[in-house]
Design a protein around this ligand. Structure first.
Ligand SMILES: Nc1ncnc2c1ncn2[C@@H]1O[C@H](COP(=O)(O)OP(=O)(O)OP(=O)(O)O)[C@@H](O)[C@H]1O
Length: 277
């Protein structure tokens, strides 16, 4: 996917960040250019170029140790790249702290749910909603009751979306693994992210739970939210992805639509040792 930068059209827009566009003209929410990351002598990421188009679901796949998590961590500011640039909506993320990157609209949902086990589901979802509204990660004890009602309504709405509303008063620590993952997804969605990064959203789930989660993610997709998914389960990848990037040993070996990637012999070889996807 080649890119071009949109020209500024007036004095008013010239101050705004120049958002790059894909060859097809779609705005790029995330534009990763020439990223490299070494751990000692190991090249975990080498010459990575990645463009995530607005509204698309983009899957990053690859065998264990390919560099998928490292790439995601570079995108959310947890790992600084040794070289290259990551731009979000035209803004370089270099030097920004993870919470600042979160605050401008990049939300990551982790493989191991990061929830508050002693709090109810409702309070778990209200906390990130509050953090977002207050513009910082702290509670304001003097906020108005009206705002609290609004945030509670928002949280309940998202819990309903995740089929968790009837459990809203339960302690989160008592949930099944699948429900914990969906709770964490709700905690991400309530922040209304511009870009949602999902790290193996169905890992460890039963087939039934996986299919429920696929349906929920499809519903989010219909609303046009841009998503990046790291996933090992090909059923999930091919059910959700518009575009797939394949990493192996820190480099991109293939990318394209699911059909293009599925039929790519390099992918068959590197990803599954010659097995068919
Ligand atoms: N903090 C670190 N220090 C040293 N090496 C690391 C570090 N993080 C990752 N690595 C190495 O970098 C390579 C890429 O790891 P990464 O976790 O990004 O792969 P992955 O594709 O996410 O793998 P998996 O699918 O198993 O989670 C691996 O060889 C890993 O051992």
């Amino acid at each position: 996917m080649s890119t071009q930068t949109a020209p500024a059209t007036s004095a008013a827009t010239s101050a705004a960040p120049a958002i790059a566009h894909s060859a097809s003209g779609a705005p790029l929410v995330l534009n990763v250019t020439d990223v490299e990351k070494n751990f000692g002598g190991l090249k975990a990421l080498n010459n990575i170029n990645l463009q995530i188009e607005e509204g698309k679901t983009h899957a990053i796949i690859g065998p264990n140790g390919a560099g998928k998590s490292t790439l995601l961590n570079v995108c959310i500011g947890r790992i600084p790249p040794d070289r290259g640039v990551v731009e979000f909506d035209g803004v370089p993320l270099t030097g920004m702290a993870p919470h600042e990157i979160n605050q401008i609209g990049v939300v990551r949902v982790f493989q191991t749910p990061e929830i508050f086990p002693d709090l109810s589901l409702l309070h778990n979802v209200m906390i990130p909603a509050l953090s977002k509204r207050e513009g910082a990660f702290r509670f304001n004890p003097f906020r108005s009751l009206a705002r609290e009602h609004e945030i509670r309504d928002d949280a309940e709405h998202v819990l309903a979306d995740m089929n968790l509303l009837e459990k809203k008063d339960l302690e989160a620590g008592n949930l099944s693994r699948g429900d914990k993952r969906r709770l964490e997804l709700a905690m991400g969605l309530v922040q209304r992210p511009r870009l949602l990064l999902l790290d193996e959203p169905t890992a460890g789930m039963s087939r039934h739970d996986t299919n429920r989660t696929i349906d929920l993610l499809k519903r989010i997709k219909e609303r046009g939210m841009t998503k990046v998914i790291i996933e090992h389960d090909m059923h999930v990848v091919f059910s959700l992805a518009d575009h797939i990037t394949v990493l192996a040993q820190g480099t991109i070996i293939a990318e394209g639509t699911p059909d293009q990637v599925r039929g790519n012999p390099k992918v068959q070889e590197a990803y599954l040792g010659g097995a068919h996807l």
